[in-house]
Design a protein around this ligand. Sequence first.
Ligand SMILES: Cc1cc2nc3c(=O)[nH]c(=O)nc-3n(C[C@H](O)[C@H](O)[C@H](O)COP(=O)(O)O)c2cc1C
Length: 198
Amino acid sequence: MENLLFINSCVRGEKSRTLKLARRFLTRYQAAHPETVITERDVCADRLQPQYPEVLAERDELWNAGQLDQPMFEAARQFAAADKIVIAAPFWDLSFPAALKIYLERISVTDITFGYDTDGKGVGLCKASKLLYITTRGGYYAGTPLDIATAHIKGLGVMYGIPDVRFLDAEGLDDIRNDKQALLDAAMERADALAEEF
Ligand SMILES: Cc1cc2nc3c(=O)[nH]c(=O)nc-3n(C[C@H](O)[C@H](O)[C@H](O)COP(=O)(O)O)c2cc1C
């Protein structure tokens, strides 16, 4: 049975436009793939600690002792085992909310989500064949160097060994000249189409 991990990083909760777009994708995906088990992880509810000195020290100690089965590494193990992954996060300050960065730091664990071969070359260890990153932005940044979020997620996809990394977005949602609902509706239609073939 296929499992899809949904990383919900939408800080505004159910009011979030990004989350509405993600829920539309997931509803359509579930309808098209009824056998898939979707597991949601809410990074705001998780309240994972940033890697402050004492957290990092504990992590290093456990890792050096080979104790990768400890709760410290639970999020990394879950991420590494997922068949497909969807991350939803609003565009914040050219990137994404810090809560997602904390999550990404916590799952980036050597020998769980990535590792090194005998030549010292990085190898991804995640099982997922596909990752979809869903976002909405107030302005227009897609395809520009100021969209740090996309570059970051693409890089992590390579590091984790996930061969197919895709992006779904809605832009210009805070531009008063725009019909926000029309922009969101168009993105919902793109979500429907993507859900059929993701
Ligand atoms: C803290 C914060 C930072 C933001 N930074 C940006 C930004 O750098 N560029 C931009 O176009 N929009 C920015 N926005 C606007 C959001 O990207 C936009 O409103 C988005 O649709 C919010 O998604 P949500 O409804 O899922 O929360 C920011 C919003 C917040 C709250």
